[in-house]
Design a protein around this ligand. Sequence first.
Ligand code: HEM
Length: 398
Amino acid sequence: MATVADLDLPSLNYLDPALSGTRFHDTLRELRERSWVARAEPFGFFVLDREATAFFLRTPAATFPGRTMLEIHGVTSGPLYERMTGNLLDRGGEEHRRLRRLIQPAFTPKAADAYRPAMREQLAALFTPLAGTGRCEAVADLAKPYPARMIATVMGAPLDDAPLLQEWANTIQRQFDPEALTNDLPALERAAVDFQAYARDLIAKRAGNLIGELLEAGLSEDETLDVVSSVLVGGVDTTQSQLAHGLRLFAEHPDQWALLAEEPELVPGAVEEILRFEPIAPFTARITLEEVAFRDIVFPASTLVFACAQTANRDPDEYAGAEAFDIRAERGKAKPLTFGAGPHFCLGANLARAELDEALRFLAPRMPGFALDGEPEYDTPLGLYGMKRLLVRWRASA
Ligand code: HEM
């Protein structure tokens, strides 16, 4: 059996700043057409088809490399390291399974549906001041504040604190970014300390349904803090980026937006198509804990592997017409890998789907003639792939 490092593979530098927007998609498609496995420069390997991506997401022989990243940057103690070791993504085995079993009831589709009235309320509060203007910057005006307000609601924090939570989430999320770890460590650690003190106070007050449910399910206060931190870090930038890309996709496909306004029953399919077409975690990182053999190739212990949801979700063997964004297409049984797979499958998937669903239902009929009002500005796809700016316009009602 060949070792992956000895193979003659195509390669892609994932730090290339030009890699975003159409160029990003084209480059990844070409790479996938050449090979299901490729070299990821400067370190690691990409796996690119759906089966290989799902395999590396699921295997217990590999783990999320968040803690390794901190250790490589010399962070082996302190508040950031403590938050990372408490993070659900960092836990494994029976300990992780036990915690997931206890917290799952707070994240069912029914539990997410209970927040739908609050979602509509927040969408109305954000959209009302924009309604008559007919144009906005959809990232700052809609996509960014909405999930932060929802996470504040879920955590039982005052809505006025949503911008503060958003700031912490954005900052702590950067613990996965090597450049931030090198240049901005004090700011990251300060955010971890401040958020921890804030969350402990909410837990002491048993603020909100989620904290109450977690404590009643038998979690200790420390475990509750770990889950609440995971929800903050996992639940803000993600939904924000997914909604921003979703709005951008519809601004580029105005006929599908018009259809959505006329036929709201298309909304759940539209949410799935946004998730499939533009997964905001296009590369989910894993590090092998031991030697792993897959398709007659050996991945030695400590190999960094990027499981690529972006190409997996466009696997031509799974999805007909995979390269087109089409909310009416029959996509078959394969679910997109946008929320991961296996034991760490996104805890907030139902909440995120409900948030996206409510946003489309609310906005589509209120923004007729929705279109781009300038060139969209993309973020880089390493880590979370968001939009920096999205100028849009629509026909404002008199
Ligand atoms: C569209 C929005 C979202 C996307 C695309 C997304 C994506 C993901 C992905 C890919 C993973 C797996 C990571 C891995 O295996 O390494 C994950 C895990 C996770 N997500 Fe999400 N997420 C979203 C929204 C949310 C929300 C709203 C929450 C808040 C409840 C959340 C909380 C979490 C948590 C706590 C985990 C870790 C689960 C575990 O390790 O057991 N996510 N998410």
